[in-house]
Design a protein. Sequence first.
Length: 234
Amino acid sequence: MFFFPYAGKGASGYRELADRLGEEIEPVLVQTPGREARLREPAIADMDELVARLADGLRGLLDVPFAFFGHSMGALVAFELARKLEEESGAPGPLHLFVSAESAPHLIVPPAVTNDRLSDAEFLADPIRVREDSPLKADPFFVELMLPTYRADSLLVERYQSPPDRVVRCPISAFVGEFDEIVPQDDVAEWKSHTASSFRLRLLPGDDGAFFRPESVPMITSAVESDLEAPPGP
């Protein structure tokens, strides 16, 4: 199972979840440029470029059945990579796509002003782009280190557009916090329109931070294992 980083974070953000999976599932924590061991590389702000590079980099690992998992921005990246692999002649696609805390692709609406037109100060002051609990609000050293990556990730999502009829052939399972005010349940439920197979929505206890709650981890791993064992539906 391949895990794709979410905005401003690295592969280690999935470590606890990956460690709790059963031994029949081998986790692969994908590290994209601009974070952790690849911090010196500039983060990629274009979805097509990122997906093309991921497809090339992961191709040698796709000779066995595999699935994708993406949280927030990572959900969109996983979806687009799944589409690309399915569309390529002779390339295998994932058995299953798992997404978390992200609106369905066709509901991503570009802002009136993308962040490449904002100064760093304007970007940091925007409560939509940088929430009050973000480490960018509290640690000047972290700002200096990670602001370019946060801005690139934000711009990637802001530029992203997908029609409602864009689908993958594999099943999709989606997770969302029961009381998430950032990404509403209804918006996550709309992922059902992006699969030609089965869809399942699962609620996690809590708000928009539900994915990271200790009690959520066994719920997520149990759901992943169950859904991978289930035969795909129409």
